[in-house]
Ligand binder design. Structure first.
Ligand SMILES: Nc1ncnc2c1ncn2[C@@H]1O[C@H](COP(=O)(O)OP(=O)(O)OP(=O)(O)O)[C@@H](O)[C@H]1O
Length: 602
């Protein structure tokens, strides 16, 4: 319930006066409705269906006076005047209802957008380690399915508030008409509400299962479509179909359980309302000797009110079932707040990129991924210096810690002990973000957005001119193949660029990296998917960048590190500098060539 209160407070601070205006409109709607019903009394009196004295309009506040005023009018005008007043009140009520429903939707949608934006922005500002520890599919799940449930529950809460306001007003009117009869109905209603509370608890349980199942659904789908090639090539379709069948079966059963719960409550309400009306009429006539006018109005009031009780119960059950979604969303927001990158700017203003003058240095850097004391260190006591304007190659066996080192050098990860310094100053807070503005990173698995090549390039530098785009493409040996594409720069590359070959994607990502004119260029096996020809061309281009920027290359191939000014070998989390300055084994395979290790590089 704390979660619901938290989001209601958020709704209050988001909606402000609009929310209060909305609630006021709900109260007014209840009043209009009550007046509409109350007008039945003088109408029936005028038609002679109920008497004027006690037990008729005489026992109803204002009804007798209204009837007397109407009788003052010429006989043929009284009924049309009363009916016109009734139509006017109902028209006003409908117009108010219309405005209230549009405003309600506007408020609800605005609030959801506000939640979406806040969550998306907090995710974007969370640090890298946060993303390493969470499943990506959980973010999809929370930003789509869970947020939709929160959205629906917020809307239902407004509906609930409206039903409660309506009910309170109508009960007030009923009390005014007959306190005794209303008390009988309310005592019975309270007894039913106590019984129905169990149903709300049950709805919460079903809601928990809904959250779990839909999380599994999203996670599974994301995994399977990411690994669809493995599934197809290893003929695993049937086993995944089996998983899908099982999970969707449980989802279906869960949904039916909720529908059953709702249908049961609704029928219980109907049965109890019939029993109550019977008891009510019996008591009214036999025990309380209530007059026909009073009885008629109260029956009409409660006949309209009873479905509201049922609606309040149904809304409460649905809100109860959405509580787990509120909880997951709140938890994610808390985790994002804890993982917020220091120096992340609320306004999204871009920090100036750092210009590395002397170099980057690691001083006794230790890093481990797990938070536990006994988790293994991925890097231990790493000391090294990456001189500015030079090319540094990082080599080592798979799992040695090369990517971890590069992530630390780019400011994506923070050392557990020791420090990373740029030009002698530690990389912390805003300097970490500024460092990342200065870095262009080309990953081992090149990533392209499902947009045109032009848009993919402009994403990193929106002001780049056409000539600069082609220059970057030429640099990465992509010009030729892009010119051959039917729509050239405007060709849309498929989902994650799958319509291009691995090598073509790598070259486009390289062009994008260069277009940014970074101060530090990081290439993580960036030429691994290229043939010898293209690799040689890119190698030459990278060689031409020497002196213009600091280049860090993670490499397995000897050809990649041949042109490096310095080579860092990572072995089981330690950076090893061989005294003879020569590297002779890469990734477990004996390399034939050796790379000179400049003196004093450490
Ligand atoms: N997200 C993570 N969570 C936990 N451990 C991790 C994570 N990423 C890497 N590691 C561990 O840290 C160590 C170093 O991994 P890293 O990815 O830096 O190696 P690498 O040299 O880049 O390997 P490769 O050449 O295969 O990419 C490995 O033991 C790896 O299992």
């Amino acid at each position: 319930m704390n979660e619901l209160r938290f989001y209601l407070n958020r709704l209050r601070s988001y909606g402000g006066m609009r929310l209060y205006a909305q609630l006021a409109a709900m109260v007014a709607l209840g009043l209009f409705d009550g007046i509409g019903i109350y007008m039945l009394a003088p109408m029936l009196g005028l038609l002679g269906l109920i008497g004027d004295g006690a037990g008729g309009t005489g026992s109803l506040p204002f009804a007798g006076e209204t009837l007397a005023a109407l009788r003052e009018l010429p006989a043929n005008l009284a009924l049309p005047v009363l009916l016109a007043a009734y139509v006017l009140i109902m028209t006003l009520q409908s117009l108010l209802q219309r405005a209230q429903s549009i405003r309600g939707t506007r408020l609800q949608q605005g609030f959801i957008r506000h939640l979406r934006l806040t969550l998306y922005a907090s995710l974007m500002r969370s640090d890298w380690i946060f993303f390493l520890r969470r499943r990506r599919s959980d973010f999809h799940h929370l930003l789509t399915s869970e947020l939709a449930r929160v959205s629906q529950a917020t809307y239902l809460f407004l509906q609930l508030a409206s039903s409660v306001a309506f009910t309170v007003i109508q009960i007030g009117i009923a009390f005014w008409l007959s306190a005794k009869l209303t008390a009988v109905v309310l005592v019975s209603g309270a007894a039913i509400a106590v019984v129905m509370r169990r149903k709300i608890r049950r709805a919460k349980e079903v809601g928990n299962r809904t959250s779990e199942l839909s999380q599994q659904y999203y996670a599974g789908l994301t995994d399977h479509f990411n690994g669809i090639k493995d599934i197809k090539s290893n003929r695993l379709e049937d086993s995944y179909l089996g998983w899908f069948r099982g999970l969707t079966g449980r989802m279906e059963a869960n949904f039916i359980a909720f529908a059953r719960l709702q249908a049961t409550t609704s029928s219980l309400y109907k049965i109890s309302s019939a029993a109550l009306i019977a008891l009510f009429v019996y008591l009214a006539v036999e025990a309380l000797h209530v007059g026909a006018g009073e009885l008629l109005l109260i029956v009409v009031l409660f006949a309209r009110l009873w479905p509201r009780f049922a609606q309040i119960q149904s809304n409460a059950e649905q809100i109860g079932s959405a509580i787990p979604a509120f909880r997951s969303l709140r938890e994610l927001e808390r985790e994002c707040a804890d993982a917020r990158e220091s120096g992340a700017d609320e306004t999204g203003a871009r920090a100036e990129g750092l210009d590395v003058k002397a170099g980057i240095e690691c001083r006794h850097v230790y890093f481990k991924y797990g938070g536990d004391a006994d988790a293994e260190y991925a890097l231990r006591d790493v000391c090294l210096r990456i001189p500015a304007g030079k090319t540094t190659a990082i080599v080592g066996k798979s799992g040695a810690g090369k990517s971890t080192l590069v992530d630390l050098l780019m400011g994506l990860l923070e050392p557990e002990r020791g420090s990373v310094l740029i030009d002698g100053l530690p990389v912390t807070g805003e300097r970490r973000l500024a460092l990342r503005h200065a870095v262009s990173y080309v990953a081992q698995e090149p990533f392209l957005f499902h947009e045109s090549i032009r848009d993919n390039l402009l994403a990193v530098r929106p002001d780049a001119r056409e000539a600069e785009l082609w220059e970057a493409l030429r640099f990465s040996a992509s010009e030729e193949f892009v010119r051959r594409l039917p729509e050239g720069l405007d060709t849309v590359v498929g989902d994650r660029g799958v319509r291009l070959s691995g090598g073509e994607r790598q070259r486009l990502v390289l062009a994008r990296a260069i277009l940014r004119k970074p101060s530090i260029l990081v290439l993580d096996e960036a030429t691994s998917a290229l043939d010898t020809d293209n690799e040689a061309r890119i190698q030459e281009a990278i060689d031409r960048l020497k002196g213009k920027m600091t280049i860090i290359v993670i490499a397995h191939r000897l050809s990649t590190i041949r042109g490096a000014d310095q080579v860092v070998v990572i072995e089981q989390g330690e950076a090893i500098v061989r005294e003879d300055g020569r590297v002779s084994a890469l990734d477990g395979t004996s390399a034939e060539g050796v790379v000179e290790w400049p003196a004093g590089a450490r």
